[in-house]
Design a protein. Structure first.
Length: 499
């Protein structure tokens, strides 16, 4: 094969030589050559050709031999990413070391020889066909139309009825689509008839990451300055493009939305680039929510041949639903279009209606989640019509906790990597409204061990209380205060053996 079609030689070519090479490819594949374009993103760059054929834009991606897969941080996480993981591991009592947990989700290290490709620049959605409201396939379903009317009066941006129909708000009105099931083998056969193919999982990883050794193309952690799908501040970001949707170093829009599974070529129906939004819906935040978009994330073999790749669970997963409830009641009620009152209460019927668009749920399932939650995260109102999280909010609510005199000593467990910061700044609430403290050393050690090598701090709560600091005791037994200055902290060097 022509060595000039591979990255090292291709990047060294003069512009005129590269132009001629691209024109020869256009002739060979009966495409229109639109010109050369320079793409530069996240420390990688490529000046390459853009083509058009049958209404699609393609870009030439030179081949290369690269290392794929992931086993450890190449640079290391930022403080913001560590703090996000620390919060999540504490919230969900995850026992693993974060790096170990991430490693288990990543494909193994391997060498891959990737050939040169002409690649479609934009993702193309499968199965969903745009239609008008007058389409007889819609009018044959009065229940769909009823749901559409209710949606029109809601604050939601879109409504999807699983493998049935969908409606989305646009600048000019609404866009309606109906679902047409597509078989994976039929998809591959149809593309082959057009002279096209899906990328393999290794090719997808190369197109997405370019051979990067960091967890993401831009580094090991999340860049929290980016505008990201599902996490943007609407008022502040509405005129900004989504950073990950912008063309990457090869000129491709790829792996930018965890809700989008990107279908790849394999022996059976396989996807990369997203998990259908499971992690985000589970309340796992930005870092873990976007982890499936890593070029190193394990390809996911789907259980059926539905080429859209989304599946509805046949039995309720109470853990996943509980995480979704936590996301709604503590952090983002807007994800299902509801609002909390000033005391953090949500209407139970509105909560059930919102969750049911994503998970199977009813009043009985909700009551079982509240009853069986080991940390007693949620409470119903006395009349049972409202529900709220007992503590752990990142949004401004007053859960009506009475000021309570604390015991003389409380404890805080964390990871070794946060010790230096704590011993200067003290304990800060970060994304939460309060600092969370444990009533005993054993609980604090358990909390700290979730995040790595534990460090336990004794909190001189009695002294703080006499100095005017306020303490609160949540309904599930967690002690809360706004801040703990470093002067009230004593590090216990020997773990549970108090010095």
């Amino acid at each position: 094969m022509n060595e000039r079609l591979f990255r090292t030689q291709f990047n060294q070519m003069e512009t005129t030589e590269k132009q001629a090479l691209m024109e020869s490819l256009a002739t060979r594949y009966d495409m229109t050559f639109l010109g050369l374009h320079a793409f530069d993103r996240w420390g990688q760059n490529c000046t390459t050709g853009i083509f058009e054929k049958d209404g699609r834009e393609f870009v030439f991606v030179p081949g290369d031999t690269i290392t794929l897969g992931w086993e450890r941080f190449a640079v290391g996480l930022s403080q913001n990413s560590w703090e996000e993981l620390d919060y999540l591991f504490q919230e969900w009592e995850m026992e693993q070391d974060p790096e170990e947990m991430i490693r288990e989700s990543m494909a193994p290290i391997r060498q891959a020889a990737i050939g040169p490709m002409l690649v479609g620049r934009e993702l193309e959605e499968l199965c969903w066909e745009p239609v008008t409201m007058a389409d007889p396939r819609l009018t044959a379903h009065p229940d769909w139309l009823k749901n559409f009317r209710e949606f029109a009066w809601s604050d939601l941006d879109s409504l999807t009825m699983h493998q049935s129909a969908r409606i989305e708000r646009t600048e000019t009105g609404f866009q309606i689509c109906i679902y047409n099931r597509t078989d994976y083998d039929a998809l591959l056969a149809g593309l082959e008839k057009q002279g096209l193919s899906l990328p393999t999982a290794d090719e997808w990883a190369y197109l997405s990451g370019g051979g990067c050794r960091t967890l993401f193309p831009w580094g090991d952690g999340m860049d929290y300055s980016m505008r990201l799908h599902w996490f943007e501040d609407t008022e502040e970001d509405e005129d900004r493009p989504y950073d990950m949707e912008e063309p990457n170093f090869f000129g491709l829009s790829i792996a930018y939305d965890p809700y989008m599974r990107e279908v790849v070529k394999a022996g059976q129906f396989t996807t990369c680039g997203g998990d259908g939004g499971r992690s985000i819906c589970g309340g796992l935040g930005i870092f873990l929510g976007f982890l499936p978009c890593s070029p190193h994330y394990k390809p996911e073999v789907q259980e059926d041949k539905n080429a859209e790749g989304t599946m509805r669970e046949t039995t309720p997963d109470l853990t996943r639903i509980s995480k979704y409830i936590s996301l709604i009641l503590r952090h983002k009620p807007e994800v299902i279009g509801i609002k909390l009152d000033t005391h953090g209460w949500a209407d139970v019927n509105a909560l059930l209606a919102g969750i049911s668009r994503k998970y199977p749920i009813n009043r009985g399932i909700l009551e079982e989640i509240v009853r069986s939650d080991e940390k007693q995260r949620y409470s119903f109102s006395e009349d049972g019509t409202k529900i709220r999280a007992n503590q752990g909010h990142s949004i401004q609510v007053d859960v009506e906790l009475p000021v309570t005199e604390p015991p003389e000593t409380l404890y805080h467990g964390t990871a070794q990597r946060f010790a230096a910061s704590i011993e200067v700044q003290g304990l800060l609430p970060r994304s939460r409204l309060y600092v969370h403290l444990s009533p005993d050393q054993e609980t604090a050690e358990k909390v700290g061990r979730r995040h790595g090598e534990p460090v336990i701090y004794l909190v001189d709560a009695g002294h703080m209380h006499r100095d005017g600091y306020l303490f609160y005791l949540s309904a599930n037994g967690v002690w809360l205060t706004k801040v703990v200055p470093a002067t009230y902290l004593k590090r216990l060097e020997d773990g549970l053996k108090q010095a």
